[in-house]
Design a binder for this molecule. Structure first.
Ligand code: NAP
Length: 285
């Protein structure tokens, strides 16, 4: 890919756009929706200019980086305005949720580049993308070039199985990334009762980092420790009693039910004690 236009000057468009500029792609510019957003993305990437939608018909490659709910209406609006991909042009999106068919009304040659990386804002996302995984869904003729482009942008390409269920894939992404962030917030809130807030953050981050690292090294079942893995029924009952916030109690109960299954499968918890723990945990959501 030599040049690229981006529709959607948001978090993904700006952060990935700048990575692609680093990889040597000529970023021709951004098509935005609200006042000033395309200018900000151009300034952030240090490349390109504000583009009009009518210029997209001549682009060699277009990344549609709008939000997931806006993807289909945006394509429909472009088509309704008489815009169609140039012959041979590659149109991409970055959604984990949608498949390539969402781009079919406007382009014959399509692909998806979906970073497995949280991008909470352009600058944080640009830094976090360094070394991050990015899943690539493309025709066999386009896949090698896109894998190579990803590597030049300092990303690690990952091929998705043909016909993969993207809804489940995206739910797994949301759970692993946004779910972990929400869990961090929940645990840090509980730690805030016993630590200064900076230490509450440190304690949560240290435990979560170690848990993730041990799961990565040994597999999650082998990495499990704590009261459920030991079968400490009274401790689990005490935790449930102490969690006054219903959300915290139901998240705890749901995750610990999963831990019971993991411990049984790993052979560290006998089925009788597992049944007692499940009964306790099922009472709480
Ligand atoms: N953020 C992440 O962590 C992340 C990670 C991986 C993949 N993605 C994917 O990246 C895509 C974008 O997500 P995001 O988080 O970057 O969303 P975002 O920050 O809300 O950005 C979306 C951008 O789309 C623009 N837009 C919407 N409709 C438009 C239209 N009709 N014409 C032109 N621009 C339009 C908005 O422009 P205005 O600002 O002008 O309103 C906004 O800048 C999604 O498919 C998402 O799944 C995001």
């Amino acid at each position: 890919m030599k040049s690229l236009a981006v529709i959607g000057p948001g978090r993904l468009g700006s952060a990935l756009g700048r990575r692609l500029v680093d990889a040597g792609v000529e970023l021709t510019g951004f098509v935005g929706r609200s006042e000033g957003s395309a200018e900000r993305a151009v300034a952030f990437c240090g490349a390109g200019r504000v583009l009009g939608a009518d210029e997209l018909g001549g682009a060699a490659a277009v990344l549609v980086g709008v939000g997931d709910d806006d993807l289909e209406p945006t394509v429909a609006a472009l088509v309704a305005a008489g815009i169609r991909a140039a012959t041979g042009a590659l149109w991409l999106h970055a959604s984990g949720y949608h498949d390539r068919a969402v781009l079919a009304p406007i382009a014959d040659r399509t692909a998806i580049l979906h970073p497995l990386c949280p991008i909470p804002d352009p600058a944080t996302g640009y830094a976090a993308l360094d070394g991050a995984l990015i899943s690539v869904d493309a025709d066999p003729a386009d896949a090698p070039g896109l894998h190579d482009l990803a590597r030049r942008a300092r990303l690690q390409p990952l091929a998705l199985a043909a016909g993969a269920d993207r809804t489940t894939y995206h739910a797994a992404c949301a759970l692993a990334a946004n779910g972990a962030t929400a869990l961090h917030d929940l645990a840090a809130g509980l730690f805030a009762a016993v630590f200064e807030s900076a230490d509450a953050n440190r304690a949560t981050s240290a435990l979560m980092r170690q848990a993730v690292e041990l799961s990565a090294q040994h597999g999650s079942r082998a990495a499990l420790s704590g009261p459920v893995a030991r079968g400490d029924r009274d401790v689990v009952a005490g935790h449930l009693d102490s969690l006054r916030d219903p959300d915290a109690r139901s998240v705890y109960a749901g995750l610990m039910r999963r831990a019971v299954d993991m411990a049984v499968n790993h052979g560290s918890l006998d089925p009788e004690r597992a049944a007692e723990l499940r009964a306790l945990l099922e009472r709480d959501g």
